[in-house]
Design a protein around this ligand. Sequence first.
Ligand code: SF4
Length: 411
Amino acid sequence: MTDRQKVTGLLATIAKGLILHSRQQGAKMLGDRTKYIGMSDVGAAFDCMRKAVMGKLNDTFAIDPEVISELYHDGEIEKIMQILRRELILQRGHWQEFGLSGVFQSLDFNQAEQLEIKHVENGVPIHVHVDFCLVWDNAVRIIESKSTGHLPDTLYGSYEQQLYGQIGLLHDKWNTPSFNMKDSNGENLFEEDVTFPELVKQRFGRTLSENPVNIAIEGWVLALSLNDAAAFGPYYPNADMTRLVLNVAQEIWTTADAVRRGLVDVDQLDHCRGFNALCDYCPFWQDCPRYSGAVEDPEFEADIVNLDQLKAQRNDLDAEINEAEQRAYDHFERSNLLGKHIVAGEHRMKVSMCAGRSSFIGNKFDELLIKECGISETKIAELRARCTAPGKSYKRVTISKIPQKSLPKAA
Ligand code: SF4
């Protein structure tokens, strides 16, 4: 086995393990997700009802781990890497929760981990899973943790809906036996569901009011990237938003039922418009009408204009940076400061000379081969052809304005 094959083998093993781990954790902590509506379903429906409904039709939509072995056997390395990247992004959020839990523990906070709130809305079972619920004598904070590659400036509507559902049901179900917690094996901590004040009393020995109006309930979204953080909130229980969330939950449930009975075609459901991050990680993209290959697609206009503007900004920025760097080079050179630092406030800057890149001069080499080794031009051409491989194809995005047809001249 070559080193290259060993590298691929290791990455394929990790990809397979990630899929297995995700399945096991999901089954343990969330159970059969086709049997209830969760707040992540409601959040998904905000952007794509098709995805939310598809997720309710079966619970085994995750990739079969054996697919990785088959891909490895067939040498489909790029496909394995696509799965690996997707799983890493999806699972980073769970790893983040584990780390944050340690943070709250070291702060000695009373945290109700893996809190579950149950509600039935017109026969529709709704289960709310809360990432973190921090409890004080007269205040409760719910924190939804999100792992993102890039921190958003404002909170996505789907995250807000999730959070409104959590704080709204915490408030509305407060003094009803609707609460439980799970241990790390997914087992309920309480034999029977309890009220929230009972849960807090048994867990932390604190007495909370039986009326949630006496408690300051807040919801927050904590977004973490690999090297940055942002907090969005506070959000407060809001009866209108709770109603909206419950209505969406009901709609997902009844639509999934109608699809199961063949009354509704899942592909006719509302789905994402334009480029949407939800589609990047969606397990239902393969037969999604979003990728029907339509050439005329006005929904993309806003995204195309935005990308075009971002590229133009990058070009302007590149030009500005080049100009500023050139000014710095000139200053250092004229002041005889090359290789030395200029210190300014908390920063320092240096301009130094770097060795130029060496380049291979093909024509010169050919001349020397002929002159010093006596190899013919034909032989050199043949050897060169044998050592030439086409470059790897790459993707390129091109955006341009469609030329307007010239108007017929007035007679
Ligand atoms: S690929 Fe996008 S549009 Fe299609 S179901 Fe998934 S999230 Fe919805």
